[in-house]
Design a protein around this ligand. Structure first.
Ligand SMILES: [Zn+2]
Length: 61
């Protein structure tokens, strides 16, 4: 998981690629776990950007 350098926060909008703005595919969905994390991959063939989306939880707890 260390290969994911960027973490994005869930929003009300559908998740789109931060690189090219196209739709993304959920690779791993851990949103129902304590981690509240989803691993997304861009569906664009020329992009294939992978990134992490997390719920906006308080990490200080
Ligand atoms: Zn993309």
């Amino acid at each position: 998981m260390n290969s994911f350098s960027e973490i994005y926060i869930y929003s009300d909008q559908p998740t789109t690629c931060p690189n090219c703005g196209l739709r993304t595919e959920i690779i791993i969905d851990l949103s129902h776990t304590m981690d509240q994390t989803q691993f997304h991959k861009c569906e664009s063939v020329g992009c294939n950007f992978e990134f992490v989306v997390q719920n906006d939880i308080d990490f200080a707890k």
